[in-house]
Design a protein around this ligand. Sequence first.
Ligand code: KG4
Ligand code: ZN
Length: 336
Amino acid sequence: MATILGIESSCDETSASICIDGKIRSNIIANQTVHEKFGGVIPELASRAHQQNIIPTVDAAIQEAKIHKNEIDAIAFTRGPGLLGSLLVGTSFAKAFALAQHIPLIEVNHMQAHILAHFIDDPKPSFPFLCLTVSGGHTQIVQVNDFFDMELIGQTIDDAAGEAFDKTAKILNLPYPGGPLIDKYAKTGNSEKFTFPEPQIKGLDFSFSGLKTSILYFVQQRLSKNPLFIEENIHDLCASVQSRIVSILLKKLKLAANETKIKNIAIAGGVSANSGLRNTLLEIAASENWKVFIPKFEYCTDNAAMISIAGYYKYLQGDFVTQDIAPLARWGIAKN
Ligand code: KG4
Ligand code: ZN
């Protein structure tokens, strides 16, 4: 029996999860609403909110799993990448908990954990598989050879896909995080109403900053003629932007699949909750003969279930860290 407590605090979600023998027994997420009015995450406020949330969140996770804290065999925490002040809260908590309970401490790479969320439920992907990992801070194509053997084969050279959604939302006067709202409005919009340019980036890398600028100029120009342009066209604007972001992502994923000849294809990270991305991926999968793995909604955006499952696989390997461990704001996916 292995009971793992997972802690996630890399950005603006404080989360705790209990995983027993590879099964998730609880996954409590405290969302921070304090950032909404600022149009983005304010690091100092995030860190303060993590400090307030962490103990009640862990207590709730232990309670929901119907266990006692003395039954926990190891604690896994997000060491990075993320906001340093936020990571420090989870790291310090994990270190103190491990010390007090005399249990091992397990470091987890947040981006690896997004991918390993695919090992929570069945069907689980077999190795090797490709994962398009799309979040607020990252856009990557990863070749996953084994649980902790991952190769980065493509990434964004500027903004992440989630940032493209969030920055577009800001231009359209929608609150942060804008991705889910754009997704919602896009559902009843015409994606062919407006055409936004496709970046010309070679190979498997991505770029989203030019798209953001073109949306900004386009909206400003239309607003100068019609101050109600956004309100009158919000559904079509969202559908058109979303369809372009999705087409950029899936074009590169298709190229990666062709180059590597891998047909097991997964998506992960906050943007993998996007319905346009999920539906278009399924369409391409049918024509390309791919076996696709799409995470449950609750495991797309930041959560500790993915940390506790990653921690479980490290526990099986006896991969522990010592008390002198410090968080890493930047931490590549390929380095374990
Ligand atoms: O993985 P995540 O929760 O946090 C990071 O590690 O960054 O991803 C958050 C990102 C935000 O940019 C948010 O707008 C985006 O995921 N997101 C979505 C959707 N749900 C979350 N983007 C598009 N459509 C969605 N349904
Ligand atoms: Zn994330």
